[in-house]
Design a protein around this ligand. Structure first.
Ligand code: APR
Length: 308
């Protein structure tokens, strides 16, 4: 059987980390594309030279040319610009929309049958934009946010209880940002919902630390984190390429679920070879539903700025 092909657009911190995790999982051959000459080529050569040490068989190459991505099964888009001093969120939105737009056109030209996994921020808005530009059915465009956000929540719970991260399953819905909605009732340790194990007050502290998870890393590192985001992208690539049908939170296109229509937002989905194979509607309290819809309102304003 021929190897699968995964392209990663943007060979920066997150893109390169995702590429390495994907190669180590031997999900297929990896191609990195960037606009800075030498970066995708140099990083991929360096990673390929780690393969005899770490013992993984995966082609890893880098290019400035989208032709190298032709026929990809999965394309991960991480290309974007960080927020620079003096730049408003709106400026960043326009800058990254223009990058994501041109990248998506090139991706679609060379890999018309791929599943696109979006990472560039503002995530839920960029995923919507890529979907529109791609002309793909919405199941084939999905955003990474909930896997990372719930990983952070899981990690904090494991620390709190002194138990293995393996036994913790968490659900964090909503947007990737201040409006995310961690759901303790749907978060379990060895099958036991956490409200039975941890006080309400401590749970809320951990939920807040999860909401601020990105900022906590930025404050320390002076740039966005990338290990956990890279790992989360690799998990999504694996779910698609191995048709694992993982039930995980991702940014998906809603068409009325949770009272939200024609927006991308973080919800539990089934992720497999066809991308978003199902959107799961869980029962929410009025407060939870309100938080989700508040999240949605922000994104509706965001896509309106892009003319949608
Ligand atoms: N085509 C391809 N690559 C591009 C383009 C483009 N049009 N524009 C920028 N890039 C590349 C940059 O050259 C850089 O290597 O995207 C990469 C982004 O990498 P980093 O700056 O290291 O950012 P990273 O931490 O990886 O985060 C990626 O995620 O958090 C979001 O929106 C944020 O843009 C950021 C993205």
């Amino acid at each position: 059987m021929a190897r699968k092909k995964i392209s990663v657009i943007g060979a920066g911190n997150v893109g390169a980390t995702a590429a390495l995790f994907i190669a180590q999982k031997q999900l297929g051959d990896v191609v990195m594309v960037d606009i800075i000459d030498g970066v995708p080529q140099g990083k991929s050569l360096d990673m390929a030279q780690a393969s005899p040490v770490e013992l993984f068989d995966a082609g890893i190459t880098g290019s400035l040319d989208y032709e190298a991505t032709a026929g990809s099964d999965v394309v991960i888009i991480t290309s974007g610009s960080p927020r620079k001093p003096g730049m408003t969120r709106e400026d960043l939105l326009q800058t990254n929309a223009s990058i994501v737009g041109s990248v998506t056109e090139n991706v679609v030209k060379y890999s018309p049958d791929c599943v696109i996994v979006m990472l560039t921020n503002p995530l839920d808005i960029m995923t919507y934009h890529a979907w529109k530009v791609s002309g793909f059915a919405s199941n084939r465009v999905v955003g990474q946010a909930g896997v990372l956000d719930s990983a952070r929540f899981r990690y904090f719970i494991a620390l709190e209880l002194g138990v293995s991260v393996e036994d913790i399953s968490a659900l964090v819905m909503g947007g990737h940002g201040d409006t995310m909605v961690p759901l303790p009732r749907y978060t379990t340790v060895g099958g036991i919902p956490i409200p039975q194990l941890i006080s309400e007050e401590r749970i809320e502290e951990m939920a807040q630390r999860t909401r601020d998870g990105g900022a906590e890393v930025v404050n320390l590192l002076k740039t966005s984190g990338y290990y956990a985001a890279g790992a989360s992208l690799a998990l999504m690539a694996e779910a698609i390429l191995r048709d694992k049908k993982r039930l995980i939170p991702c940014s998906a296109h809603l068409t009325g679920q949770y009272g939200i229509d024609d927006l991308y937002i973080g919800v539990p989905i089934k992720l497999g070879a066809n991308g978003v194979e199902q959107i799961i509607e869980v029962e929410l309290t009025d407060d939870e539903l309100q938080s989700l819809q508040k999240s949605a309102q922000t994104y509706r304003e965001g896509i309106a700025l892009l003319g949608y």
